[in-house]
Design a protein. Structure first.
Length: 256
């Protein structure tokens, strides 16, 4: 073997390393994106090709080689997040409103079956059940079941649809029985139609003789609102809907 031939494989080692680097880059392009990145839409076509430029030993002219083209299509992957479990205290005969958030974290539009049931979804053993269970789509996200906000049909396919990255505020609503004491547990579940994924939140309601405050905020102003000119007066009314006196707390509300 000549000296020229003995030195020949070294540039090819560099070429192999360059192709390996191209393959690694291809893996990044066609593989799993970082957790914080937005999901790539289903059906997206990814095309990738590796190239390498080198100078053969003993020559001065560079040469370039190309790999075959890789074509990959992103598949539809459903994912969802439902938050969060809550524990609250309420007096008998009161209405319970619990806020939740359902988010489509997948890369395809999903339709959901929504369910709300007593003592379900892995709830602890409870001693009472809430009445008139329903789920309201909280359109404005204020945590209140406002007039005109739609109820979601429970246990029905396609009760709610979300695009990738879209979320919906949901209110789990129920009524505490009169003259009741103990604990109720209700489970809010969401299941996807395409791939059958599911998520559940468990809400626990402690019921007894206690104080419970209800706040109502309103605004009044003359005629139309002109930014920078119109005076708006806000009022907040607090009502104790519980069975015990509400004592002052040590927390001071901000003055502004």
């Amino acid at each position: 073997m000549s000296k020229h031939e003995a030195k020949g494989p070294r540039p090819w080692r560099r070429l192999a390393a360059a192709l390996a680097a191209g393959g690694a880059l291809l893996g990044v392009l066609g593989g799993v994106a970082p957790a914080q990145a937005a999901p790539m839409p289903a059906g997206t076509v990814i095309r990738s090709m590796a190239t390498a430029t080198y100078i053969p030993a003993g020559l001065a002219q560079a040469e370039t080689v190309f790999s075959n083209e890789l074509i990959a299509t992103v598949q539809a992957v459903e994912a969802l997040a439902l938050t969060q479990d809550q524990t609250v205290t309420r007096p008998p005969s009161s209405t319970v409103v619990l806020s939740h958030l359902l988010a489509n974290t997948g890369n395809v539009a999903s339709t959901y079956t929504i369910a709300l049931a007593n003592n379900a979804g892995g709830c602890d053993a409870d001693t009472l059940e809430l009445d008139r269970l329903r789920v309201v789509h909280d359109i404005n996200g204020n945590g209140v079941a406002d007039a005109g906000e739609p109820e979601i049909a429970l246990h029905t396919a396609k009760g709610l649809e979300l695009a990738p990255g879209e979320s919906a505020a949901l209110l789990a609503v129920g009524t505490v029985p009169g003259a009741a004491s103990g604990q109720a547990c209700v489970a809010l579940t969401a299941s996807t139609a395409l791939q059958g994924l599911g998520a559940v939140n468990r809400d626990r309601v402690q019921v007894g003789s206690m104080a419970a405050l209800s706040l109502t905020k309103s605004a009044s102003y003359p005629g139309y609102i002109v930014p920078g000119e119109t005076r708006i007066d806000f009022s907040v009314i607090g009502t104790n809907i519980g069975a015990q006196d509400a004592r002052p707390a040590s927390t001071v509300a901000p003055s502004n």
